[in-house]
Ligand binder design. Structure first.
Ligand code: FES
Ligand code: MG
Length: 574
């Protein structure tokens, strides 16, 4: 049992001095009676709600349920709004701002009179952004996942976020569906608040948060619109008070084994490729070294057992919840997990899973009847990506796993889009489409351009997949033979910058290779002629981003935010 520490917030409120007089009188200014907060644990609720984040629309009400729980348990809640990062609307990409949210989360917690935190997130980058910042702040925290939206529906067909939009957009471009049908889909694909309900980045990252031990058991699978989500929210408010009393700080939860568990669960869910970058970044914040080799090794070891789109063919997160949810899935993983890891409940992961059950073996498969025996994510290396790149072998036509073809290279996404819509483009399905200047620095922020659209000409010929390579990311709901996150990126002079249209590219997924068949001598000549592109920002956040952003294989954090950069300043002077 840890000895009871005095509350951090008391430094602001308790002393009989001039500063504390100010803090107390200002609380009274807000109409708060001293007995409402005095001597009680104060809980920050970092709320990523905004009027333009459909995934977090319910957070405006849900935060009241968290507050209810905090009050019930004898604490005092304060809501602190944080950057909302709506994946659908924020341009050029939310990834440009993940680290800004991480900074905001850390600084909100460090600078305010709070003893612990409930983090409200779910839409893609909000989960890693909040968690990275809160790890660095070091106060006890619990993560409240937004929950997936309900299944989409169109003419009785189930629609999945992202995946089906991409799929039917190709059908529309191929002339297979009408504008009227397309309009109906627009109205049916997103039927309730909550994050994307495929196993995209949002569902992957909230599952990872749960596997790390940062959520209440089962929390990440509850649909946003289910009343169970409201009860989970108030329970988060109750539990954070216990965590503060137990001084259950993130360093007591997030060790190497916790990240190993997260990686295992990510693979078993058939995770989004984005998980690779975020997991590495979160691990590095916690002082845990996680690299691409570990990710590739885990992918060979753990089968995909969540039959959820886009890896699975049929089901969505709502079905996954009814089938037993993430606790069900984790109970299937047995020895793949470290059951003795501590979690926010104050109990171990193994203890949390004791009553977990599975109600549908087709949605949550057994280890010996998986969706894919291995290969959630493969890490490829070679002269095109010396520091690695990733592909989802399960999400592409197996005939591309070993492929050789001529490159068609584009330096800008707008140019590429125009070219690919040209039905006279001189391209075959054997070509390898390449997009560069889309990495952490080149994008900047690695936009989700990696599922390069299929050329219209090939779509009309009946093709639906081809090899595509970029230093960009792709949406977790995407699919196809897309090689992503090429590191080092082209913008900083990675070898991708030296590739020319017509060069032969060879991909060999079983042997984890990706190479351009160009001689070293020729590459040296091209390197000598290469010029660094001009910076895309001359001022502001973008400029700061360009000075400090790391490469994808290291998690794309800012160098100065990483744990190894220097000692933290500790508690603020008051
Ligand atoms: Fe928010 Fe997909 S748009 S999770
Ligand atoms: Mg997404």
């Amino acid at each position: 049992m840890t000895e009871k520490k005095s509350l951090r917030s008391e430094r602001w409120f308790a002393p009989d001095d001039f500063r504390s007089f100010g803090h107390r009188s200002r609380a009274q200014q807000m109409g708060l009676r001293p007995e409402e907060w005095s001597g009680k644990p104060i809980v920050a609720i970092l709320n990523t709600w905004s009027d333009i984040n459909p995934c977090h629309q319910h957070f405006k009400q849900r935060v009241e349920d968290v507050k209810r729980g905090v009050l019930e348990a004898g604490g005092f809640p304060i809501e602190l709004p944080a950057l909302s990062l709506s994946e659908s609307y924020v341009k050029p990409t939310t990834m440009l701002y993940r680290n800004l949210l991480a900074i905001e989360a850390e600084e909100l917690l460090v600078s305010h009179p709070v003893d612990g935190a409930v983090l409200m997130g779910g839409c893609d980058k909000t989960t890693p952004g909040l968690v990275m910042g809160a790890i660095s702040a070091g106060l006890p925290f619990i993560f409240l996942p937004a929950g997936p939206m309900l299944r989409g529906n169109w003419r009785g067909k189930t629609l999945g976020s992202g995946s089906d939009a991409f799929k039917y957009w190709d059908e529309r471009r191929a002339g297979e569906i009408t504008a009227k049908q397309w309009d109906e889909m627009e109205a049916g694909i997103a039927r309730s608040y909550g994050h994307c309900m495929t196993m995209g980045t949002a569902s992957t990252m909230t599952a990872i948060a749960e596997a790390l031990g940062l959520t209440l058991p089962g929390a990440s699978s509850i649909p946003a619109a289910d009343s169970g989500h409201i009860r989970m929210a108030s329970k988060c408010g109750v539990r954070i008070i216990g965590m503060i009393a137990e001084d259950l700080t993130p360093d007591r939860i997030l060790d190497e084994n916790a990240f190993d568990n997260a990686l295992t669960v990510a693979m078993a869910t058939g995770c989004s490729t984005n998980a690779v970058i975020h997991l590495i970044a979160m691990a590095r914040r916690a002082g845990v070294q996680l690299d691409l080799e570990a990710i590739d090794g885990k992918s060979r070891d753990v089968p995909v057992i969540a039959n959820v789109r886009p890896s699975g063919a049929t089901y969505l997160m709502e079905d996954f919840y009814y089938a037993g949810g993430l606790t069900g899935l984790m109970s299937r993983l047995g020895d793949h997990l470290h059951a003795d890891c501590m979690t926010v409940t104050g109990q171990t992961l193994g203890e949390n899973l004791e009553n977990a059950e599975i109600y549908d073996d087709d949605v949550i498969r057994s280890l010996d009847n998986p969706i894919y025996r291995e290969g959630s994510i493969a890490v490829l290396k070679g002269n095109l990506a010396p520091d690695g790149c990733v592909i989802k072998p399960a999400a592409c036509d197996p005939k591309f796993h070993v492929h050789e073809g001529p490159a068609m290279v584009f330096d800008s996404y707008p140019d590429l889009k125009v070219a690919l819509d040209d039905e006279k483009l001189d391209i075959t399905a054997d070509h390898v489409l390449v997009l560069r200047n889309a990495g952490p620095k080149g994008g900047p922020g690695m936009p989700e351009w990696g599922m390069i659209p299929m050329p219209k000409k090939l779509l009309k010929e009946g093709h639906r997949d081809m090899v595509r390579i970029s230093d960009a990311r792709m949406s977790g709901t995407s699919f196809g033979a897309c090689v992503l996150h090429v590191a080092p990126e082209s913008y900083v002079g990675g070898p991708l910058a030296l590739l020319k249209t017509g060069d032969i590219v060879r991909m060999d997924v079983p042997n984890r290779r990706i190479d351009m068949l160009v001689s070293d001598e020729e590459l040296q000549k091209r390197r000598a002629a290469w010029k660094e592109p001009p910076p895309k920002f001359g001022r502001g956040y973008g400029w700061m981003f360009l000075q400090h952003i790391g490469q994808a294989d290291k998690g794309a954090d800012f160098d100065y935010l990483e744990t190894a950069y220097g000692p933290a300043s500790g508690e603020p002077d008051i």
